[in-house]
Design a protein. Structure first.
Length: 230
């Protein structure tokens, strides 16, 4: 049980709608629903009765909400008491595959946030762990590579964890090489021309399959293949 979950249930109870509460809390409806179900399972009670017409607070839910509101009030008092000492640090976490644009976007976010103190984290990690981090609220956002090959598998996993996927942009294959590289003067480079150079990919731990790969053309066999894990 977390303070965030308590805030979720009290907001839903006050508004009387999960979809409207999700908008107010700036979270997706599936994520909010999952958080409530996990709390109900942990507590062994049903907080909300669900019908075709919507939701209502159950009898045991009313009692639970009474305690939840007390806890949130005490937490608010505690935060207010020490806010001046801590500076009210903003917290934010992102889990991502190994992409430079994600790092750059994270830096620009901090620059534009207009806050002096913060406690943030950028986790470069494995594909499965990114989904798991967001599902268990370790990170607010996860950044993943989708293509036609891995889409069915990743969409199923995201759906199972009651998360949502939003496309940011479509990227086309490209390579980065130095100006003195033998291929630097070519307008187009073929896969055959790249074959003589080492190919580096990121290991995916227990979920080390083509579907969880961060790299395009993951099914192509390379004669010089280096797998790394950080």
């Amino acid at each position: 049980m977390t303070l965030q979950q308590l805030k979720y249930v009290t907001t839903i109870a006050n508004i009387g709608s999960i979809s409207e509460a999700a908008k107010r809390l700036f979270v997706s409806q599936p994520s909010l629903t999952k958080a409530i179900k996990e709390l109900e399972k942990e507590m062994g009670i049903t907080i909300f009765d669900r019908t075709n017409k919507g939701i209502t607070v159950s009898k045991e839910g009313e009692r639970f909400l009474g305690y939840a509101r007390q806890v949130l009030e005490q937490a608010a008092l505690l935060e207010e008491q020490y806010k001046s000492q801590s500076g009210g640090k903003k917290q934010f976490s992102v889990s991502t595959q190994h992409y430079s644009f994600a790092v750059n976007a994270f830096v620009e976010l901090l620059k534009g946030a207009g806050i002096d103190q913060y406690d943030v984290s950028l986790r470069e990690t494995q594909t499965y762990e990114i989904i798991d981090d967001v599902a268990h609220m370790k990170s607010e956002i996860g950044l993943l590579f989708y293509n036609d090959f891995n889409r069915p598998v990743l969409e199923k996993l995201i759906h199972t964890n009651e998360l949502t996927f939003t496309e940011l942009f479509t990227a086309h294959p490209h390579i980065f090489i130095g100006k003195n590289h033998p291929l630097a003067n070519k307008d187009v480079v073929s896969m055959d021309e790249l074959e003589e150079y080492p190919y580096i990919s990121f290991e995916q731990g227990d979920h080390n399959s083509f579907y969880f790969s961060e790299e395009i053309f993951s099914t192509v066999v390379r004669p010089k293949h280096i797998r790394v894990r950080d």
